[in-house]
Design a protein around this ligand. Structure first.
Ligand code: FAD
Length: 459
């Protein structure tokens, strides 16, 4: 859900796990009216998000209950550029796994203002390539205890994910992924149409529709989590370990001496650094251009939308690559729907209407039950697409400057693992075994890790 949803209810429900159990209905995010019917929540209850200035003012009050809000120090061992999920996760694991706490995360806006809270929270590990599977599987395993580790409920919910197929060719390709996953110890099943219907009763498996369902792959351990809770939990934990989280601090240049980075120039002054990690997602190329080198990243808008709130009707995540639509139901009851990216480059966090129209058309064919649902809200983020739809994690042509980007449409699920391996890389100067194949120079050597088939938009 977008930042607009990080409102009053969000803060109330994101209390430390140590605060004790919450009532089951509240925990599942249900919101029942007097007659036990779902309560439709309108913008009157979740008011229009305030302006950036007001949000930053709010952020200054956050330290009172979640994290400190310090002034930047003149120098740090490590400066991380970008206060999204991956930047925060990296800072957290630098402190937790490596004992490096003289760390700053510098963020041009407020923590989590980018894709961190604009994504649709699908978590899974059923990728195809042997380089990708271990990385995403490690992440999925970290998710299962992430909330306890952060002492902050991130609402991780492994409810299962179906990837529908609509042609023989697509079904064959999906089966191939199922077999590849199993060979790597990742749970994967193939379901025939009747089994799909059993697993998710609202899917239309009629043979008389334009794109009939030929079957689906299932990853039962896949699921969703609550993205703003992950931002809050990571920020809180990193701050408690001594990391400085500096909001409203845009990096505008780099101090590079004899081919090595020695610090960053920011809108809040110069900050010296032993090492710098770039985790700018959709704005990565702006950063690397300032540092004097190019990366093969293109920035595209990616949209999503939510319906009004319903009783729970969708027990799992369902994705359809051919129809370019995927849907899950948030704990609170909104149907959360995504599509493929808009096909033009942009840094504006908005997309075009025709994509929304075609994703709704597809959704209505697949789930006739949704024909009376209303769209409550749409939004977009800017995703950093690499040529092989895989991330870039490692060294750069500038010494002591490291890069973590290219997660494109699928980086939410990788939050724990990405931070873990990038922290290792920053701490030791060497890649972790899991990120070693994801080097920048693979675009020169040709050792590509093609994951274009990984999902609707590789989510
Ligand atoms: C609509 C949508 C749906 C998605 N759905 C899924 C999904 O279902 N599952 C999944 O796994 N992934 C999904 N993703 C992808 C996922 O959101 C991203 O891959 C991931 O969030 C990127 O990492 P991040 O959180 O660190 O990025 P961001 O939150 O974008 O963080 C980057 C940060 O860097 C900051 N920054 C940039 N330049 C500077 C600068 N010069 N100085 C200081 N700070 C700077 C930005 O302000 C930003 O806060 C989706 C993305 C979108 C947009």
């Amino acid at each position: 859900m977008p930042a607009s949803q990080a409102g009053r209810r969000g803060f109330e429900s994101h209390r430390p796990l140590s605060a004790g159990p919450v009532a089951p209905l509240e925990r599942r995010g249900f919101c029942l009216g007097a007659a036990g019917l779902p309560l439709v929540v309108s913008r009157r209850i979740f008011p229009t998000p305030p302006t950036v200035a007001i949000r930053l003012e709010h952020a200054e009050h956050n330290p009172a209950f979640l994290w400190r809000n310090p002034e930047p120090k003149p120098s740090y061992d490590v400066v991380i550029v970008g206060g999204g999920l991956h930047g925060l996760s990296t800072a957290y694991y630098l402190a937790r796994n490596h004992g490096i706490t003289n760390v700053a995360v510098v963020e041009r806006g407020w923590l989590g203002n980018g894709n961190a809270v604009r994504n649709t929270t699908v978590i899974r590990s059923n990728y195809l390539r042997e380089e990708s599977m271990p990385l995403y599987e490690f992440s999925l395993q970290l998710w299962s205890t992430f909330g306890q580790e952060l002492d902050h409920d991130v609402l991780f919910d492994p409810r299962g994910m179906l990837t529908l197929t609509h042609s023989r060719g697509e079904a064959a390709a999906a089966r191939r992924t199922v077999y590849a996953n199993r060979l790597h110890g990742i749970d994967a099943e193939w379901l025939e149409p009747a089994e799909v219907k059993q697993y998710c009763p609202i899917v239309n498996i009629s043979p008389d529709v334009r794109y009939p369902v030929y079957g689906a792959s299932l990853q039962a351990r896949a699921g969703i989590a609550r993205h703003d809770a992950v931002v809050f939990g990571l920020a809180r934990a990193a701050s408690a370990l001594g990391v400085d989280l500096i909001q409203g601090c845009e990096v505008t240049g780099f101090n590079i001496v004899d081919g090595a980075v020695r610090g960053v120039q920011t809108t809040r002054g110069r900050i010296a650094a032993g090492r710098v990690g770039l985790v700018g997602a959709g704005r990565t190329t702006l950063l690397t251009t300032m540092a004097g080198f190019d990366v093969p990243i293109q920035s595209y808008p990616l949209q999503a939308l939510v319906s009004e709130i319903f009783d729970q009707v969708l027990p799992c995540v369902v994705m359809s690559g051919a129809l370019h639509v995927y849907v899950s139901q948030a704990h609170k009851g909104e149907l959360v729907m995504g599509a493929s990216r808009d096909n033009y480059l942009s840094y504006a966090q908005r997309g075009s209407f025709h994509l929304i129209e075609s994703q709704i058309q597809a959704a209505l064919e697949l789930y006739p039950i949704m024909k009376r649902a209303h769209v409550l809200r749409t939004w977009a983020g800017i995703v950093d697409m690499s040529p092989d739809a895989s991330p870039i994690i490692g060294t750069t042509p500038v010494r002591d400057l490291y890069l973590n980007c290219g997660w494109g449409t699928g980086g939410f699920k990788a939050t724990p693992a990405s931070g873990w391996v990038f922290a290792h890389t920053l701490a030791t100067g060497e890649p972790h075994a899991l990120n070693a194949p994801f080097r920048l120079d693979r675009f020169e050597t040709g050792a590509l890790i093609d994951e274009h088939g990984a999902g609707v938009s590789a989510h």
